[in-house]
Design a protein around this ligand. Structure first.
Ligand code: 13P
Ligand code: SF4
Length: 341
């Protein structure tokens, strides 16, 4: 039995409030004060265990504030996490996000151990398409290159010429040097990319179950009722995007807020991102969206702790699939991070 096996389940200590006073102050407006004494012992226990394990915790911007601000070493959108995994020198990565993100980290850091706190954290886009579907598309469109959003399984990435995220989709499509590109699986992101490029896109019928829910009426209501600037993620429908002041990826939204400094903004995207940005921009009033990603929400402080304590659940990708998926991801990373979306 190791020291880690013997760690007690975390309980409240009065000193914690003092030790984490700065974090408590930053999160004061987000985490109800009744919840804070429940989170703090877990945050403290995770931070201690993470050091003992030499682990690096990566958290996507859609993770809850107590995870994003409380225990993560690296935070960001899908592209930032992919880049951090490729550059990482920690032996152990805990990916707080969904399964395709953990697979991407493993593919880009094949010699590291990658853990995900809940293996069931999926994604409606990733489950909308299989490797067989990609092969069938290629057969229908011979010679046309395939660009896959990173929100896909490793097997789909392995059938693709390049990957992209919402942050670099236009550049990756154009870097294919073709008049026509198969773009999958997000139809709404693809439709938006098609408005930003001359390249003809063949689209797939995948949708993000979070972003597809937003409606034109909600966007208009936010503008009219709250006099808010509207910012939306390109996974929203074209009708919603037509209503907004700015369309941008997760990271581009943050940069837009820093530049424009609107008095009031409605973020038409996943709800935890709005929370995490509120901490970063205290002077801006946020009209919060209420659509949480149920898959991202599967990650909790408790299962992060268990993941570190028991070294579960390890994410692995078969070597032949990983090698081909890595080539598609490498092509994306070579295009770099100049954002157009
Ligand atoms: P990005 O992190 O690429 O903005 O993607 C948004 C998203 O829906 C992640 O699942
Ligand atoms: Fe997938 Fe949408 Fe959830 Fe992102 S927000 S993980 S795209 S279901």
């Amino acid at each position: 039995m190791t020291d880690i096996d013997l760690l007690p389940v975390p309980t409240w200590r009065d000193e914690l409030e003092h030790e984490y006073a700065a974090l408590g102050a930053r999160l004061e407006r987000l985490v109800p004060c009744l919840e804070w004494p429940l989170h703090l012992p877990w945050i403290d226990a995770i931070n201690k265990l993470k050091k003992q394990r030499g682990a690096l915790i990566m958290a996507h911007s859609y993770q809850s504030p107590e995870i994003f601000h409380g225990v993560a070493d690296v935070t960001g959108d899908s592209l930032a996490l992919a880049q951090a995994a490729a550059d990482c020198d920690a032996e152990l990565i805990v990916l707080c996000g969904v399964h395709f993100m953990a697979e991407t980290a493993k593919i880009l850091a094949p010699h590291r151990t990658v853990l995900i706190p809940d293996l069931e954290a999926g994604c409606s886009l990733a489950s909308s398409i299989t490797a067989d579907d990609v092969r069938a598309l290629r057969a229908q469109h011979p010679g046309v290159p395939v660009v896959s959003y990173v929100n896909t399984s490793a097997a789909v990435k392995a059938e693709s010429d390049a990957c992209c995220t919402s942050a670099n989709a236009v550049q990756v499509v154009e870097a294919m040097g073709a008049d026509k590109v198969i773009f999958l699986p997000d139809r709404f992101l693809g439709s938006y990319v098609a408005t930003q490029t001359e390249v003809e896109l063949v689209l797939w019928d995948g949708h993000c179950e979070v972003h597809e829910k937003f409606t034109v009426e909600q966007a208009r209501h936010a503008r009219e009722r709250f006099d808010a600037k509207l910012v939306a993620h390109p996974e929203c429908s074209p009708e919603v995007l037509a209503e907004v002041d700015f369309v941008g990826s997760t990271s581009a939204m943050g940069r837009w807020l820093a530049k424009e400094k609107p008095a009031r903004v409605a973020l038409i995207t996943e709800c935890s991102l709005a929370d995490n940005l509120r901490v970063q921009f205290p002077a801006i009033e946020f009209i919060k969206p209420c659509n949480l990603c149920p898959h991202m929400q599967r990650i909790t402080l408790q299962n992060i702790y268990a993941c570190l304590r028991d070294l579960k659940h390890e994410v692995d990708v078969p070597a032949d699939i990983a090698a081909r998926a890595r080539a598609a991801l490498a092509r994306m990373l070579a295009v770099g991070r100049r954002e157009t979306v």
